[in-house]
Design a protein. Structure first.
Length: 90
């Protein structure tokens, strides 16, 4: 895969990217890669560029599909119980 990697002064990017103020007047590394059309494009956390397709995922709720509601009442005290079982002989 071809790519471009270059170190430039951040001020030269202000017409292309909306950079945070902490990036002013510093050297930055720019890496340009071709887009893999099978991977959804996600906007940056700072919103510094527009994405063709925004996919907003959060860590909260990602494993919901694997949840077992019948085990939820057992969650309280689970760590203490596991630690007691593991270290009971010590």
């Amino acid at each position: 895969m071809d790519f471009v990697r270059q170190v430039v002064n951040s001020n030269s990017l202000t017409s292309v990217l909306n950079l945070p103020s902490s990036f002013r007047d510093v050297q930055v590394e720019v890496i340009v890669l071709p887009v893999d059309k099978t991977v959804p494009i996600v906007s940056s956390p700072s919103g510094s560029y527009d994405a063709r397709k925004q996919v907003n995922h959060s860590a909260f709720g990602r494993l919901k599909a694997y949840a077992n509601p019948s085990l939820i009442p057992e969650e309280k005290g689970a760590w203490e119980k596991a630690a007691a079982e593991k270290y009971a002989l010590h």
